[in-house]
Unconditional design. Structure first.
Length: 336
């Protein structure tokens, strides 16, 4: 940790000394992601790479980085949505990846966050759909969420959007912390516990394929619960941000059937405290040709992150775009 702080301090000092006009803004740009075994972390790392252009680096037109001049972005592993939004609100992170439903609730101070609004949250882009994975041991199945009563269930880690949503869903089927043996674990830990027989099922919302599940599927094997159309409709009524989706057959070894499941959008969120100029530059860098190549050649979900879908659902979400991002989209002809 001391070495990281020293290294980070040296980078910031270098940026302040040799950077361009952007170097006087927060040049060390921290993006909160999720656990290393999930999707937020690799996607956040790709975005960080795309928007960075450290002081002294070769210009974009000479084969260098094509990000914001003087900006050094880094993806930090966190407990995901709730933590990221809180840290962005408090100025502990400059940006974060977060689920749309949690971001709306936190911005407005609704539901679990009643009376605790996060008014500084601003959206830069809709990124990709996060499909809810309900993972079961190989050869097992359940009829519905009610069957998880009295079971050992991984409900994702505290501070994650998955946990907030899953507890709402389970409650509608009469399953609560009082009648299940819940485990608050990240995705990698959940996969390990399931493989060892220590839990009976676990939930994780992420863009497929999820690396920890790829490993689980190829070693111990696993099943994914496919929700009925009636259950998907019920979940959508409980949490409107979760819409019916599907994980195609063959995404994970041995799961050779389509999995019907609810999904929620992942967003890139920043603070209203960031300057319009900086956020305009970050948004512009996200959608340049260089970042496009990085997204296409990185995690499989990267291909679904496009400027054409960047504003999907944002108008109805109730969380404002950052003015810098809004100006870019208007200049690019993507927003009226």
């Amino acid at each position: 940790m001391t070495l990281m702080k020293t290294f980070s301090g040296a980078l910031v000092a270098a940026a302040l000394t040799t950077g361009t006009a952007y170097a006087q803004d927060p040049t060390f740009f921290r993006i909160g992601t999720g656990s290393a075994g999930g999707t937020y972390f690799p996607i956040g790392g790709t975005i960080a790479n795309g928007i960075s252009a450290p002081p002294g680096s070769r210009p974009c037109d000479e084969g260098g980085q094509c990000g914001v001049p003087g900006l050094i972005a880094i993806a930090q592993s966190t407990t995901a949505s709730v933590f990221n939004n809180t840290a962005v609100e408090n100025g502990e992170l400059e940006a974060g990846l977060a689920a749309a439903d949690v971001t709306r609730s936190m911005y407005l101070g609704e539901g679990k966050f009643e009376g605790k609004p996060h008014p500084k949250l601003r959206v830069v882009a809709n990124l990709f759909p996060e499909d809810l994975h309900l993972v079961l041991p190989k050869g097992s199945s359940i009829g519905g969420l009610g069957d998880l009563k009295d079971k050992r269930v991984g409900i994702a880690q505290a501070g994650s959007g998955t946990q907030v949503a899953v507890l709402q869903m389970l409650d509608a089927w009469g399953v609560t912390r009082d009648n299940m043996d819940e485990a608050e674990l990240n995705n990698s830990q959940s996969a390990e516990r399931l493989a060892d027989g220590q839990i009976d099922a676990y939930f994780y919302a992420a863009g497929w394929p999820v690396s920890a599940m790829v490993q689980l599927a190829t070693t111990k094997g696993m099943e994914l619960h496919s929700f009925s159309d009636e259950d998907l409709a019920k979940i959508n009524e409980i949490i409107p941000a979760y819409i019916p989706s599907a994980i195609p057959a063959g995404v994970y070894e041995g799961v050779d059937y389509e999995v019907k499941t609810p999904a929620v959008s992942a967003l890139l969120v920043v603070s209203s405290d960031l300057s319009d100029e900086l956020v305009y530059g970050i948004t512009e860098a996200m959608w340049n040709d260089n970042t496009r190549k990085l997204l296409d050649n990185g995690h499989a979900k990267g291909k679904q992150i496009t400027p054409d879908t960047a504003l999907d659902g944002i108008a109805a979400l109730g969380v404002p775009l950052h003015p810098g991002a809004e100006k870019f989209y208007k200049d690019a002809g993507l927003l009226q």
